[in-house]
Design a protein around this ligand. Sequence first.
Ligand code: UD1
Ligand code: CA
Length: 453
Amino acid sequence: MSALNIIILAAGKGTRMYSNKPKVLHALAGKPMVQHVLDCAQALQAERICVVYGHGGEAVPQAMAAYPAKFVIQEPQLGTGHAVQQAMPHLDDGSQSLVLYGDVPLIQLASLQRMREAGEGLVLLTVNLANPTGYGRIVRDAQGKVLSIVEEKDATTELRKIQEVNTGILLAPTALLRTWLANLKNNNSQGEFYLTDIVAMAVGQGVAVHTVQPDNTWEVDGINSKAQLAVLERTWQSVEAQRLLAQGVTLADPARIDVRGTLTCGRDVEIDVGCIFEGKVSLGDNVRVGAYSILRNVRVAHDTQIAPYSLLEASAVGANCHIGPYARLRPGSQIHDDAHVGNFVEIKNSEIGKGSKANHLSYIGDATVGARVNIGAGTITCNYDGANKFRTIIEDDAFIGSDTQLVAPVRVGKGATIGAGSTITKDTPDSELTLSRSKQITINGWMRPVKKK
Ligand code: UD1
Ligand code: CA
C-alpha cells in the first residue's frame, strides 16, 4: 500500500462557538478536537501530516506543537478546495492523501482503514441521513456509479431529495489531487473553491470513485456550536460506558461516568455514579470506585476500594487498600498494598508503606513512610521552610501520635512512638517514646476575663 499523507482542515472560524479560542481547540472528552484527529492520523501511521489553520493566530500550532505535523496558514479562507491547496506543497506525489477535519473529532481508525482498502482511485466517506439538509449530496447514475457531489446551495429541488451525503472526508492519489485542485473554479453560489468539485473531475477522467460508510454516524458529526459539542460529548461518553459494560465492568449508571482518556479495567470492577477518569487510568480486579471520585493518570491494583469524593492524581495505589472518602493523592504518591488513606488526608510526592494507615486529617508531603506505620489524626509533615522542600522519613512500625508536626528534614526511627501533640524537629531513636510537649498545669482560682462596663 502506498504511503499516506493526511491533511487536517482546521481553518474555520467557529463563529457559533462565541469564543476567543479557535473552534478546533475546544475539548471533547478532555482533549482538543483537533488533537483527537491528530491522534487518529498518527495511529494510521501517516508519513506526513499537514494541519491547515486560520483563525486564532498561532494558537493551533502552539497547542499542537508536540505533533510531527506541518502547520500551514490559510488566509483568506476561500473554501475547502482552497484549504487543501495550501497543504499541497508539503505532500508527496507518490502517496495517497486523506482529508480530515479538525472539527470532526471522533472519526475512528477502522472506518479510515476501510477507506484505505476500498481500491484505486478516489474514495469518499458518505452517510445516509434521514434529514440531509445542509450537506453536499452524492449524485449517482442509474447504475449507482458516483457522478458528482452537489452542494445544498447549488442543488435543484430534485437533487436535494438525495439522502446520501458527503461527510467531507476523502482519500485521493496525491498527484491526481494536485492536478484537480489546480483546476478548481469558484463559479458557484458561494463563490468558494469547493473540494467536492474534484469528484466530477475524477469521473470525467475515468478515475474510479468508491464510497465507504463509517461504522457509526457519530464518527462524522461536525461541531459548530457548544450545543453540538455537548451532544457529541454525551454520545462519546455513552460509547465509552457501553464498551466498559461489554467488558464486564459494573457501572451504577452508564449515563453518569466520564472518561477523558483511557480507562482500563480488570474483572469485577464497580464504578459508582459521577466518577471522572482522566488521562491513563487502570483499575485492577475487584476495584471499587465510590461516587464522585476523580482519578487522573492513576494505577490502582486489585481489591482496592476508593470511597466517595476522592481525588487521585498521577499516583499508584497498591492492592487491597482503602482510600477515602474525601482523600486526596497528589502527584508522585505511591501507596503500597493494604494501606489506608482516610478522610481529609492529603498525600503528595510520598511513599506509604505496606499496611500503613493515615486515617484522618493529615498532610503527608515529600515523605517516605515505611510499613505498618500508624499516622495519627491531624499529623502533618512541615516539608517547606518557605524556600526549600525537605523529606520526612518514618521507618517501619512507627506510631505517630495525633496532631504531630514533623519538621523536615527529619527521621522517625523504626518502631518509635511519638507522643500526641508533639513538634518533632530532630531525628527520633528507634523503639523509644519521644515527645515534645509543655507539661500540663492547672492554675487554681483563675478567672475568665469579663467585658468592661
Ligand atoms: C462541506 C462540504 C459538504 C459536506 C460538509 C460536511 C465542501 C464544498 N462542502 O460543506 O459537501 O457535506 O462539509 O460537513 O467541501 N474549511 C477551511 N477553510 C475554508 C473552508 C472550510 O479550513 O476555507 C474547513 C472548516 O473549518 C470545516 C470544513 O473545512 O472544518 C468544512 O467547511 P464548511 O464551510 O463547514 O463546509 P460545508 O459548507 O459545511
Ligand atoms: Ca460544516
